[in-house]
Write a protein that binds this ligand. Sequence first.
Ligand SMILES: [Zn+2]
Length: 223
Amino acid sequence: MTYYSRAKTGLRPTRGATALNPADVEGIALHWPAMSGRAHTVAGVQALLRGWQNHHMDTNDWSDIAYQEAIDQAGNVYELRGLGVRSGANGDADVNRRFGALLLVVGPGEQPTAALTAATRERIAAHRARFPKSRRIVGHGQIRPGGTQCPGPAVQGLIGAGSFNPQPAQPAKPARKPSRGRLVDAVIPKLAKARRRSARTDNKPRTRKLTRALTWLRKIKEA
Ligand SMILES: [Zn+2]
């Protein structure tokens, strides 16, 4: 994942930013763009973002591109308004006050990649670190007054499956045992069984040999 600042993407300066109030923020909404094709290069995504910013500022007369951040199919993240700034994407002032807004750059009929899904989880974790009361992850259509098809069936399905839920920190896995240790572990029970059989048949020299081998192996295991 690479994080591209506004400057790197070549976005125009905002005409005004309103900070979100952590007391108001209860969730984050996922969006898809109105795009007919696909964008699979950083330069291609950046050109689209500049175009959408122009449309939002010049045609819609908004203060900036509507979303807080964008995430592409390679898992790259693009700063737009920023996670701390109120979006203009969710439908009206009330839902913009209560929800953040991420733009997933997924074309129609395109499945979100594992890289996009993982980067989105990571950005939602960053959003929650900033807004501790935020618990909901919704598709735009779930909160927009009047509804909308956004973010499309594929993203909406992943929301339903919990694929964007940030994962709790995993406990560190214990280090793998060295291979000699694993070999010794595998051999000891076999030798012990052989020794029991040997003792039953009263084969004293063989039993002694096996006992010595077992003692030696257990010493290796403890070393
Ligand atoms: Zn939307």
